[in-house]
Design a binder for this molecule. Structure first.
Ligand code: UP5
Ligand code: MG
Length: 196
C-alpha cells in the first residue's frame, strides 16, 4: 500500500486529550476507517501466542514507545486487511506517530499523511480525565505513576513529531480543554474546510 491512493489523517495529543472520543465522532460522520495504534498494541498484547505480549505490556505500563517495527507492522497489516476486505482507503490513525523514527519510517514506507490533528490540553485536565477513566477502564497505564511517565514521554519524545509536521504545514491544532461537543465542532470545521 505504499503511496496508496488514500487519504490518511493522523491524530496526536497528550494522553487523555480525547483522541479516541473524537475519532468515534469523525468515523460516524465522515467516511474514514479508525485505527488506534494503542488499541492495536493492546489487542496484540492480549493475543494468545504473541511473541510481543510481554514486551508490549511493559512498555505500555511505563508509558514508553514500543519499538516502531512492532507498531508499524500492526498498523500496516490492519490497513491492508481493511483495504482487501472493504476497499476503503481513508484512514484515521489515532495516537501515532509519537516518535520521530516511527514518523519518518511510516511516511516513507507506508503512506504519507494528509494532515495531523493535534489536541491541546493542560496536564491538570488530562490528569483528571485519565484518573476518572482509570476507575473503570482496566488499562494498566491509567494510574498516577504511569500517567506521569506518559506525560513525560509526550513532552520529550512525541512533541518533536508535532513540530516536524508543523514545519510542513500539516498540523491542525484544536483546543481540547472544551466540552466534547465544542471540540468536535472545531474538528468538523477542519474536515469540512479540507473537503473531506
Ligand atoms: N474525555 C475526552 N474528551 C473530553 C472532553 N472534551 N471533556 C471531558 N472529558 C473528555 O479520552 C480520555 C477520557 O477523557 C475519557 O474518559 C473521555 O470520556 C474523556 P480518550 O478519548 O480516551 O482520550 P485519548 O486521547 O484517546 O487518551 P488515551 O489514554 O487513549 O491516550 P494515549 O495517547 O495515552 O493512549 P494510546 O492508547 O494512544 O497509547 C497507549 C500507550 O501505547 C502509549 O503510552 C505507549 O506506551 C503505547 N504506544 C506506542 O508505544 N506506540 C504508538 O504508536 C502508540 C501507542
Ligand atoms: Mg485513545
Amino acid at each position: 500500500i505504499r503511496k496508496a491512493q488514500g487519504k490518511l489523517i493522523k491524530r496526536l495529543g497528550g494522553p487523555g486529550a480525547g483522541k479516541g472520543t473524537q475519532c468515534s465522532n469523525i468515523k460516524r460522520d465522515y467516511d474514514f476507517v479508525h485505527l488506534s495504534a494503542g488499541d492495536l498494541l493492546r489487542d496484540e498484547q492480549k493475543r494468545e501466542g504473541s511473541q510481543y505480549g510481554e514486551l508490549i505490556q511493559s512498555y505500555i505500563r511505563d508509558g514508553l514507545i514500543v519499538p516502531m517495527e512492532v507498531t508499524i507492522a500492526l498498523l500496516e497489516n490492519a490497513m491492508k486487511e481493511v483495504i482487501s476486505e472493504t476497499g476503503k482507503k481513508r484512514f484515521l490513525i489515532d495516537g501515532f506517530p509519537r516518535k520521530m523514527d516511527q514518523a519518518s519510517r511510516f511516511e516513507e514506507t507506508v503512506v504519507e499523511s494528509k494532515f495531523v490533528l493535534y489536541f491541546t490540553c493542560s496536564e491538570e485536565t488530562l490528569l483528571d480525565r485519565l484518573l476518572k477513566r482509570g476507575e473503570s477502564s482496566g488499562r494498566i497505564d491509567d494510574n498516577i505513576e504511569s500517567i506521569r511517565k506518559r506525560f513525560q514521554v509526550f513532552k520529550e519524545t512525541s512533541y518533536p513529531v508535532i513540530e516536524a509536521f508543523e514545519a510542513k504545514n500539516k498540523v491542525r491544532q484544536i483546543n481540547s480543554e472544551q466540552s466534547i461537543e465544542a471540540v468536535y465542532s472545531e474538528v468538523k470545521r477542519v474536515f469540512d474546510e479540507a473537503l473531506l
